[in-house]
Design a binder for this molecule. Structure first.
Ligand code: ADP
Ligand code: MG
Length: 479
């Protein structure tokens, strides 16, 4: 087997993926899926990874986690490391370098040749995209898998755009809270337009990108003097899908570039779709001319689904996965999880994972126990920085205005760092937004404050308790 050892890259990759998920409030999802994936060993340019069941293996692929891992490993190591997922039931995991796991890994190297459809094999090897779908879009984010419910208007508008890009509504802006299906609907537009263009042989250049990646690529293009390439890339799109444009707040240079990209596309009847976590009127630090472009066309918002829709979503997810869970349990989830669809999915997944691993039906009591965390978490989306500042200031007996100020005396500095840390943990605000609310600091200062608390947490074992108490009281405000 040679001296290949990619365990360090693996550990780092998982750590970074966890942090990326956490920033998107997807901790629950990370816990469910990634905690059961274990490193086994490596061979030349490949790592062998164990997963506990076929269900897990299929989900990892379907949810695109395979590409996430692959890309992260490449980013960290600079090499195309192949990832092989090997199904090892829980009891056999952790038998590192056991002859079984390495044999299996070798066998499947020949059993699952690249580019073959390996669905029936127990090993999935990634590193080579062999799907026929659009490479940047998740294949399962389609109109068919989206339950329109309260959001029929947004759904119909998105479908109209996919069928008649550039001419139905341009731009289309989909906005709403976290986990309500913005990315899903946006990618459904891309998927449908892509399939239709393939079947009618009128190739369309469909680009999906998050605002964050767009910004990073733009900055990168300045550093590497490749701005023309950047401009050409986005101005040659037939359909440009930009996800999470709230990220553009405060990014003046990128806003300027986007403004010109927008005009070029709009003037030549190319379709533009945006998503945002709030209405445009609530975005801060956005140039007026860009704001007016965002507001042109059609703005649609996504509502939190009501009980009936929640049930319908759960049933749809089950039928897509070909899984059966008793109606009582489905009802418990639909009754209790009213925050967003992501939490709804996480609950269902938890139940499925439990059933898979134990091969037992879940009782109502067990379901309630498994889902306690999710049921008890309030709508973190509603928590404001003010709520956090007030609670923390109160706890440390300093004034609200002090915690928001620039003052650097120790008795104020520490609570302020705590408040920033908590805000980062339980809200979606960006570092820049937090900086603005804490005495006009820039994002590096906020990052530094958060790192300070992370460091302190390593040595001060009482701090974790304090943090939990504070977080609980902050969440209480919104109950
Ligand atoms: P957002 O981008 O608004 O944060 P996502 O599009 O990522 O939310 O949706 C979170 C999860 O919920 C995804 O897995 C998505 O498939 C699912 N989802 C959201 N809304 C619906 C819906 N109406 N029907 C089916 N699935 C949905
Ligand atoms: Mg999204």
């Amino acid at each position: 087997m040679g001296n290949w050892d990619y365990s360090t890259f693996w550990t780092e990759a998982i750590k970074q993926i966890q942090s990326d998920f956490s920033k998107q409030s997807r901790d629950q999802e990370f816990k469910i899926w990634f905690s059961s994936i274990k490193y086994i060993n490596s061979d030349e340019l490949a790592v062998n990874i164990s997963v506990p069941s076929n269900f897990y293996q299929a989900q990892i692929k379907q949810r695109g986690y395979d590409s996430i891992i692959q890309n992260k490993l490449k980013e960290i190591s600079g090499q195309d490391i192949i990832v092989r997922f090997i199904v090892l039931p829980q009891t056999e995991q952790n038998t590192e370098n056991s002859s079984k796991s390495s044999d299996e890994a070798h066998n499947t190297k020949t059993a699952a040749p690249e580019n073959s459809d390996e669905n029936h094999s127990s090993v999935v090897q990634i590193g080579i995209k062999n799907d026929a779908g659009h490479p940047q879009l998740r294949a399962d984010y389609t109109f068919d898998s989206f339950v329109s419910g309260e959001n029929a208007f947004a759904y119909n508008a998105a479908q109209a755009v996919a069928k008649n890009p550039g001419y139905a509504y341009n731009p289309l802006l989909i906005y709403g809270g976290v986990g309500l299906g913005k990315t899903h609907l946006m990618q459904a537009i891309g998927n449908l337009a892509y399939t239709e263009s393939q079947s009618s042989n009128t190739k369309k250049n469909i680009i999906y990108i998050t605002a964050e990646t767009f910004t990073n690529e733009f900055i990168q293009s300045i550093h590497s003097s490749s701005q023309t390439k950047f401009k050409n890339k986005y101005r040659s799109a037939d359909i440009l899908l930009i996800d999470d444009i709230h990220f553009f707040q405060n990014k003046d240079g990128t806003q300027e570039e986007l403004f010109h990209t927008f005009n070029a596309l709009y003037d030549s009847f190319k379709q533009i779709v945006f998503t945002c976590d709030r209405p445009i009127s609530e975005l801060k630090n956005l140039t007026e001319r860009l704001r007016s472009r965002f507001e042109r066309g059609l703005n649609v918002d996504l509502q939190v689904p009501q009980y009936e829709t929640r049930r319908a979503i759960l049933e749809k997810k089950m039928s897509k996965k070909n899984i059966h869970i008793s109606p009582e349990i489905i009802d418990i989830i639909a009754q209790n999880v009213s925050t967003n669809v992501r939490d709804l999915e996480a609950s269902l997944t938890k139940i499925i994972a439990y059933t898979e691993l134990t091969e037992k039906e879940v009782s109502v009591e067990k379901a309630q126990q498994l889902l306690r965390d999710i049921f008890n978490s309030p709508k973190t989306g509603n928590i404001t920085i003010d709520d956090i500042q007030k609670t923390v200031a109160n706890y440390y007996n300093i004034s609200f205005s002090d915690i928001k100020s620039k003052k650097r005396s120790k008795n104020i500095l520490f609570p302020r760092q705590i408040a920033m840390y908590i805000a980062r943990q339980i809200t979606e605000f960006s570092l820049t937004e937090l900086g603005a609310e804490f005495g006009g600091k820039d994002h590096t200062t906020v990052m530094h404050s958060i790192e300070k608390i992370e460091e302190t947490l390593q040595t001060d074992i009482t701090l974790e308790n304090t943090l939990q108490t504070l977080i609980r009281s902050i969440k209480e405000i919104k109950k």
